[in-house]
Structures are given as structure tokens and as C-alpha cells.
Design a protein around this ligand. Structure first.
Ligand SMILES: Nc1nc2c(ncn2[C@@H]2O[C@H](COP(=O)(O)OP(=O)(O)OP(=O)(O)O)[C@@H](O)[C@H]2O)c(=O)[nH]1
Ligand SMILES: [Mg+2]
Length: 476
């Protein structure tokens, strides 16, 4: 019997080879980073993202995620993470807490962690349908503190310039009061005396305490970033430095560039330089450089709750933080290396704390905070999106009658777990004037996590839209 043309061994071999090549071509990889300042919702976001993907074919509600809507998602599973020096993202622990009888929010995290997912899907179109049906996208997700990005501008400063910059912050009356113990100690230090490591360590600890106390009072522009979140550097001399006061800077004048050998001021200046080259730069070179896509979470509602100073400080911190995503030729990052993030999502987190008709205002408020920097980022060729999300939705919205009128309300559980129904208030579209804050306060509620009963899929707001923006082009 004659072999048909298509069954000829050479043709079979070529088909096999094409199949392999095509499979390799579609075996994509995305390195997604999630950041935000302390408490902005990074852990909740990644927990929900992993949960939505793993449960996507079960009961997850992802109507705007095209690969799910088109029934092309085959399955998602966790795989061994690529970077063995990062902590493993504690997804399982978070899910245990969220699904227990009295659900709790996942624990606060302090450093960098990672999770790898393998997403198996059916391709949507093209020649490849003859070659292979399925493809796999490898998704690495890294959680890192936004505070680390606040250190980027340090790379362009010397010790004297940085000290001057910190003094501007310290001149804020409230910050100045908080820094009382630090000022007393630093003013007693003889800069030109022989270097005293222990004395410097003690003053550095007072400076860290000042930053921590500022954070407790709602300030967010706190740097050096590792002073609050030292991770593996806790106790290391590289963190034992602090800014000099205006008076000290005037007394030293030009001498800061040529400090007395072995003096306190020489040690301080060396440590500052060491921090820049051995802590800040390596983060950008070893990790940040590898990220393809980035989510930045911003907790606008908590800043509104805390008052004008907190809101203004969040705005400043965001300005600093966004320097890391501006790739213009004069940027510090471009001079160091070429970063490659091509998609960036700014998400106002915890949008379940407000009623649905306020969500447009929340996005506008976020955009007003990002305005000029965002334009620059787009100009540099990064595609950006701003949105309002809830990673783990802890409220339901509805209508209630008040004096014969229907008003939008939220139903959820307060921090003690008791059921509450409330109208949390309006969200401004931009930062209100200082006078407004004197007369009125914002009181967006804190909520307990939702009761999951027998469910294992986390309720959310707009996680599917975020997933689609970040991954749809890699899942075709
Ligand atoms: N209602 C509601 N609360 C949220 C949501 N996401 C986060 N939260 C609240 O915000 C807190 C902080 O969230 P995390 O996810 O731990 O934030 P984080 O950025 O990882 O915080 P750190 O690890 O401390 O930097 C949680 O404990 C919750 O109280 C959400 O989608 N809805
Ligand atoms: Mg966390």
C-alpha cells in the first residue's frame, strides 16, 4: 500500500519539530511585581490574584478576563519559585486565615517574597492551531515594599545634599516634635572626633524610631526605606547613619567632602555611600530590572481618614516612588541600566470601603495624585492604567431608605465582627483644601474579612480587569 503524502516520515518529522518550536514560542513568561507603601494591600492583592487564577474554572467571577470569558483557560497551578533567596509568598497561610470560622486578614509582611504560577491555556487563533493546542504562561509574582523605591533619588545625592533634604522634612512642625530625642543626641555628637561606632548606632536607632513614629502618625515619605523595613540588614552597620542638622552642615561647610580621617563624619558619609552602592543599587540592578509589569497599590482612603498631613505626605511619597518608572534619558535609572517595565497599573485599593457610585471619584482622586508623573511615564512608552479595586471584598452594596429617600449603603462587619450597615461618605475628586479638613473628617470604615462559609473563591472588585490588562496579550 502506498503511504499518503502527509504520512511520509519526513513530513511527520517536520510536523513534530514545528510543534516543538511553536510550543517553545508560546511558552511565555511574565515577571509581575506588586508594590505599595506599608499596609496598602499588597499581600491581599497577591493572595486574591493567585486565588482567582487557581480557582478560575471553578466559581471565580472573572467576566472581564478574556481568556476565562472565552473558555480558554485550562488550569493554573503553583510551581517552584525561581529565586530561592526570596521568601515564599505565604498564599496557603493567607487562605487558612481568610477561610477559618472567624476570618482574619493575612499577616503584615516585611520584605520581598515570590510565587510562580503556570497558566495552561488554549491559544485563540493563528497557524498554531495545526501545531499545538495548548500553551503555558509562566507568571512570577514578586511582592516588595514600596518604601524601597523611595530610596532611588538618594543615588543622585551626596551625604550633605541628603542631609539638607532630610532637614526640609524635619522642619515640618509635627515631624520636628517627633524627632526631639534624635535632635538632642545628634547635636551632642562631635563630628570631627574619632569615629565612635556605638555612638553612631545609638543615634541611628533614634533616627529609625523617629521614622517609625512618623509612620504611626500617618506620614508616608519615610526614608531611607530600609530603616523602617530593614529585612536581612537589621542591626548591620550599613544602616547606622543619619542626616546632619543645618547647624552642623554650616559648621562643616566644604569640609564634608574632605572629612577628617577616621572621624565620625567620615564614617557617616562612608555608610551613606555604602548604603547607596550596596543596598539601593543592587535592588534596582538585580531585581527591579527584571520586572516586566508592575502594580502599584495606593491606599487613598486611609490617607483621607488620617488627615491633610497624611494625604499630602502620601502625595509626596508617590512623586518620589514614581521616579522609578520614568525612563527618560536623564533619569538615574537609565544611566545605571535599562529597565523594561511595559505595563503599569496604579490601583486605589480597598474600594469595598465605599459605595459603588463613589468609585469613579476614587479613581479621579488617584489620578489627581499621579497627574504629571503619569504623563511622563506614558511619554516614556509605558502603558498605564488607573483603577479602583478591592482584592478581597468585605462588603456588599445596597440601598436604604432615609426620610423617604433611597441612599446607597454598604453592609459588612466591623473590626469586632458585628454586622453593620452604613453610608461611609463621599470621596472627593481631588485633595480638599486645608480648611475643609479643619471642619470635617473622613471616616471610611475598617472592615473584617468576608465570611467565606464553604466557598474557597475570594470575592473582589475589578481583579478581572486588572488581570486582563496585565496578562491578556500574553494569553492569546
Ligand atoms: N476591606 C478591605 N480591606 C483590605 C483589602 N485589602 C487590604 N485590606 C486591609 O488592609 C490591611 C493591609 O493589607 P495587606 O495586604 O496586609 O497590605 P500590605 O501592603 O501587604 O501590608 P504590609 O505587608 O504591612 O506592607 C489588611 O489587613 C486589611 O485590613 C480589601 O480588598 N478590602
Ligand atoms: Mg504584605
Amino acid at each position: 500500500m502506498q503511504t499518503s503524502f502527509l504520512q511520509h516520515p519526513n513530513i511527520q518529522y517536520t510536523k513534530q519539530k514545528l510543534k516543538l518550536t511553536a510550543a517553545r514560542l508560546v511558552n511565555n513568561h511574565v515577571n509581575l511585581a506588586v508594590t505599595g507603601l506599608s499596609g496598602s494591600g499588597k499581600t491581599a492583592f497577591i493572595t486574591s490574584l493567585v486565588n482567582q487564577l487557581i480557582e478560575a474554572n471553578e466559581a471565580a467571577h472573572l467576566p472581564f478576563f478574556s481568556v476565562v470569558r472565552e473558555s480558554r483557560l485550562i488550569g493554573v497551578k503553583r510551581d517552584v519559585q525561581p529565586n530561592l533567596t526570596f521568601s515564599r509568598f505565604a498564599y496557603e497561610d493567607a487562605m487558612v486565615k481568610l477561610t477559618q470560622t472567624s476570618p482574619e486578614w493575612p499577616s503584615s509582611t516585611k520584605g520581598i517574597s515570590q510565587v510562580r504560577l503556570k497558566i495552561k491555556y488554549k491559544k485563540s487563533r493563528g497557524l498554531s492551531q495545526y501545531l499545538t493546542e495548548d500553551a503555558t504562561l509562566t507568571l512570577d509574582i514578586t511582592d516588595y515594599p514600596g518604601e524601597w523605591l523611595l530610596d532611588l533619588p538618594l543615588l543622585d545625592m551626596d551625604y550633605a545634599q541628603w542631609s539638607r533634604h532630610c532637614q526640609e522634612e524635619l522642619n515640618d512642625p509635627l515631624r520636628h516634635d517627633i524627632a526631639g530625642p534624635f535632635f538632642t543626641a545628634v547635636n551632642r555628637l562631635d563630628l570631627n572626633a574619632e569615629g565612635d561606632e556605638l555612638a553612631l548606632q545609638k543615634i541611628a536607632e533614634l533616627y529609625s524610631q523617629y521614622l517609625i513614629d512618623c509612620q504611626t502618625r500617618g506620614y508616608q515619605l519615610l526614608q531611607p526605606g530600609r530603616f523602617i523595613l530593614p529585612g536581612e540588614l537589621s542591626g548591620a552597620p550599613v544602616l547606622h547613619f543619619f542626616p546632619l542638622t543645618d547647624v552642623q552642615l554650616q559648621q562643616q561647610r566644604g569640609d564634608l567632602n574632605k572629612p577628617v580621617k577616621g572621624s565620625n563624619v567620615e564614617l557617616l558619609s562612608q555608610r551613606f555611600e555604602h548604603y547607596k552602592t550596596k543596598v539601593v543599587q543592587p535592588f534596582y540592578k538585580d531585581h527591579f530590572k527584571g520586572f516586566d509589569r508592575q502594580v502599584v497599590l495606593v491606599d487613598c482612603l486611609s490617607a483621607l481618614n488620617r488627615g491633610f498631613h497624611s494625604y499630602q505626605d502620601l502625595q509626596k511619597a508617590l512623586d518620589w516612588l514614581m521616579g522609578s518608572f520614568q525612563y527618560g534619558s536623564s533619569n538615574i535609572l537609565n544611566r545605571l541600566f535599562q529597565p523594561k517595565i511595559d505595563k503599569l497599573v496604579f490601583a486605589a485599593s480597598k474600594a469595598d470601603h465605599i459605595t459603588p457610585e463613589q468609585q469613579t471619584n476614587l479613581v479621579k482622586l488617584l489620578e489627581s495624585m499621579l497627574h504629571s508623573a503619569r504623563k511622563q511615564i506614558q511619554f516614556d512608552g509605558v502603558s498605564t492604567e488607573s483603577t479602583a479595586i478591592s482584592a478581597i471584598r468585605a462588603s456588599k452594596s445596597g440601598l436604604s431608605q432615609l426620610n423617604g429617600e433611597s441612599i446607597p449603603v454598604l453592609q459588612g462587619r466591623n473590626e469586632q465582627g458585628a454586622s453593620i450597615t452604613l453610608f461611609p461618605g463621599e470621596v472627593p475628586q481631588s485633595c480638599p483644601s486645608p480648611d475643609f479638613w479643619k471642619q470635617q473628617k473622613f471616616e471610611f470604615p475598617k472592615l473584617s474579612p468576608p465570611l467565606m462559609n464553604t466557598q474557597y473563591v475570594l470575592p473582589h472588585i475589578r481583579m478581572d480587569q486588572v488581570l486582563d490588562f496585565l496578562l491578556a496579550d500574553k494569553l492569546i
